[in-house]
Write a protein that binds this ligand. Structure first.
Ligand code: ADP
Ligand code: ZN
Ligand code: ZN
Length: 732
């Protein structure tokens, strides 16, 4: 027999399929195999099996061996892989990496086995204990223990009764050892209680609607705290009961231990977690539990959409609007689109949930492509927290130079006095956003990027948030030598410092990228806050996502304008989503919640709509702008990004690509709404000079996209990098 094999070569740019012959009948479609390749031995995956070859037999080499009996990929995941190749313009070898845990590919992690000690069947323990010599106390205790437990881990018994006792009992023939596959399981210390809830009528209707609709995709549009999670759990339950499997995606699993708790409480070991924060061993084991059918529910962040489950009947994407669902590095896939493909292929249901659906999703619901389900009220009709606007221009005029408005201070006082908890949100980590010379105005910049540096007081260092470079804090301006330095723009570190001045006895936690580096770091902070070991949680957008802290009655949003002024067509949408999400953390239990939103532009329509929780008003306004200005979902924004360490090379390639694409543009003008070529907004990043050809083309024109890609792609070389992004979230 012959096999088509994709070989896992490091240079995955080469998209080739190689043929090998084999006789091992266990080798089949999706099997991982070891093959000779040039003078190397590499791993590969079988994507086709056939009886005849196109090559003369002497040219074909044999497959050396099969890696595992269970094929890693199935028919279904193989065709999903092909879909990724076609839509993301990547080689099969690259696409394949989405489907296999890294650990598996490199062969680094192996299955783990644990030794157990078991009592021999039919041993009469009481009689045996009497017959053993008196001094062997430990052996007797061990036997009694085994009589009760029947089996126990070898190492545990050694610890409890001593190695010689364990050895003695085994040698005497009362017990024996076995090795068993052992699964490393993440988040073992998670405590959970199984809340027994009865669905409200609205929730029950939502469940029925997802199941009853003949549409693949349902959009669950429910305000924060409306009980979407309970709807998800119920749907998963029903799916499992009907013998199928389910995938549940959350924006960032490390940030939502709550979801994990509830899944574990409800489904126990039936749920497996896939995400990058796990140890290599854990990830490997969880993956195999899903592949073997031992776990039927996959939960994870974006990449879990590639979970190796068979017979998927339900896919849920919670907070579907979240930017993390779009991959910003190759393969640049949209999780929602991949999910739709997978769901359609399997005749499964896809549920997109959000309090603030993306403009695109809501449009599709409006157009009738998605089944729209609404949960307009919070559980028990708890009111949404009242949002109060604090005009920071007035505060500055009054001489308030702290990060907190007087309203926020007043509310914080009373919140803490009542013994409640508060969340302070600011989407800027570090101490100050920039460091500026007061004499000459020079801003400290990164040497490798066209970006200003952020001061981190804890490290006493200047950090580049783009490339990660770290510089010593300056004592004088590097341009003019002046010692007078101003801190521009507040970060979370500074907010904590200021809060400590105001409330010396308050317990304050900070959650941002810097405080969550360690394994399960997010989890620890969230647990502490949830256990009420702190009064105030200060954080970046990490704290906005889906948490349910019942004692939080105040949320302060320090700079609501931060994301408004990006020159990006999505900035209004993103601001609305973020504000609604953060505000939704307040007043989720008995006590009514409050939100203080600080801004320098209190009349901005997006802020007004957010304050009134007016999603529909916001949507109508936004969609009319998008239509008038020809932005998505009415067009696709396509960018070809050219970058190189050599500015001249980058520019030369840019000109060539522009020239060729320009011909295409002239030829098909009716398909373009915008066509231009310029320096990228971030002109230099990690020592590379960056240029872009920017286009807006008719939406969903695959043929045109193909032509743009293949026209540009042939110019890439060792020194000039190219990428094509479609509707990217990040056009810096
Ligand atoms: P969402 O995901 O929509 O923001 P959650 O699912 O977190 O909302 O629900 C908010 C709160 O309401 C949670 O504390 C949850 O336990 C509770 N809840 C949800 N459904 C019910 C129900 N049917 N009965 C009682 N409490 C519920
Ligand atoms: Zn200076
Ligand atoms: Zn940098």
């Amino acid at each position: 027999m012959y096999a088509d094999v994709i070989v896992d070569i490091t240079n995955a740019e080469v998209d080739k399929i190689f043929e090998y012959y084999f006789s091992d009948c266990k080798i089949t479609l999706g099997s991982r195999v070891v093959v000779p390749f040039g003078n190397k031995v590499l791993e590969g995956i079988v994507i086709g099996v056939k009886e005849k070859s196109n090559y003369p037999p002497e040219k074909i080499k044999p497959i050396f061996r099969l890696l595992e009996e269970t094929p890693a990929l199935t028919n279904e995941t193989l065709s999903l892989m092909q879909y990724i190749c076609d839509t993301c313009y990547v080689t099969r070898a690259l696409a394949l990496r989405l489907f296999l845990p890294v650990e598996m590919r490199k062969g680094k992690v192996k299955e783990q086995f644990t030794k157990f000690v078991c009592l021999v069947d039919g041993v009469d323990v009481v009689q045996t204990v009497e017959s053993i010599r008196k001094s062997a106390v430990k052996q007797k205790e061990l036997l009694l223990y085994l009589d009760k437990e029947k089996r126990e881990q070898f190492t545990k018994l050694n610890n409890l009764f001593g190695a010689s006792a364990v050895k003695g009992v085994i040698e005497k023939g009362y017990a024996y050892t076995v090795e068993e596959k052992y699964f490393r399981s993440p988040y073992k210390n998670l405590t959970y209680s199984n809340k027994d809830v009865t669905l409200t009528d609205k929730q029950a209707a939502a469940v029925d609607s997802v199941i009853g609709t003949d549409k693949t995709t349902s959009l669950l549009f429910g305000v924060t705290g409306s009980g979407k999670t309970e709807v998800y759990l119920n749907l998963i339950d029903k799916t499992i009961q009907s013998g199928r499997t389910a995938i549940m995606l959350v924006p960032e699993i490390a940030l939502t231990p709550q979801m994990l708790k509830q899944l574990r409480a409800r489904f126990g070991d039936d749920a497996a977690i896939l995400h990058s924060g796990l140890s290599a061993g854990e990830r490997f084991d969880e993956w195999w539990r899903l592949r073997n059918g031992e776990a039927r529910i996959a939960i994870g962040a974006r990449s879990a959409i590639f979970a190796p489950l068979e017979n998927v009947g339900l896919i849920i994407i919670d907070e579907e609007h979240d930017g993390s669902y779009t991959s910003e590095s190759s393969p640049r896939y949209s999780t929602v689109e991949v999910a739709k493909f997978r769901a359609r292929q399997l005749n499964a249901k896809l549920v997109l949930g959000s309090a603030t659906p993306s403009i695109e999703s809501f449009k599709r619901a409006e157009d009738g492509e998605y089944n729209l389900i609404e949960l307009p009220d919070r559980i028990n009709k708890r009111p949404l927290p009242k949002i109060e606007i604090a005009d920071m221009r007035v505060e500055v005029r009054r001489g308030n130079n702290t990060p907190f408005s007087s309203v926020l201070k007043y509310e914080l006082d009373s919140c803490l006095k009542k013994g409640n908890q508060a969340i302070i949100f600011l989407n800027q980590r570090g101490y100050s956003k920039t460091v500026v010379c007061t004499e000459c105005g020079h801003v400290q910049k990164c040497e490798s990027c066209d970006v200003s540096l952020t001061y981190h007081k804890e490290d006493d260092a200047l950090l580049c948030h783009y490339c990660g470079a770290k510089y010593k804090m300056i004592t004088a301006c590097t341009e003019c030598g002046s010692p007078f330095i101003r801190y521009g723009g507040t970060g979370t570190e500074r907010v904590v410092a200021e809060l400590k001045k105001l409330y010396p006895t308050a317990r304050i936690l900070r959650m941002d990228r810097d405080t969550t580096q360690s394994k399960e770091g997010h989890f620890k902070i969230l647990n502490q806050f949830s256990a009420r070991e702190a009064d105030i949680l200060v954080g970046t957008q990490m704290i906005a996502k889906g948490h349910d802290f019942p004692a939080v009655t105040l949320v302060g949003i320090l700079d609501a304008d931060m994301s408004l002024h990006f020159s990006d067509y999505r900035s209004g949408e993103r601001t609305f989503q973020l504000l609604t999400q953060v505000a939704g953390r307040s007043g989720r239990a008995q006590d009514a919640g409050k939100v203080v939103l600080q801004t320098y532009s209190p009349d901005n329509p997006v802020l007004r709509q957010a304050v009134n929780y007016d999603y529909l008003g916001f949507y109508k306004h936004e969609i009319s702008i998008r239509k008038a200005t020809a932005f998505p979902p009415f067009t696709d924004v396509v960018r070809v990004l050219i970058s190189s360490e050599n500015d001249d090379n980058a520019l030369a390639v840019t000109k060539s690509i522009y020239g060729e694409l320009n011909l295409l543009y002239l030829e098909q003008r009716d398909k373009f709404r915008f066509f231009g070529c310029m320096k990228a907004p971030l002109k230099r990043l990690q020592n590379k000079f960056r240029y872009q050809v920017l286009m807006r083309i008719n939406a969903n024109d695959k043929q045109l996209l193909d032509r743009i890609f293949f026209t540009s792609d042939k110019y890439k070389s060792r020194s000039v990098f190219l990428s094509m992004e479609v509707n990217s979230n990040n056009l810096t």
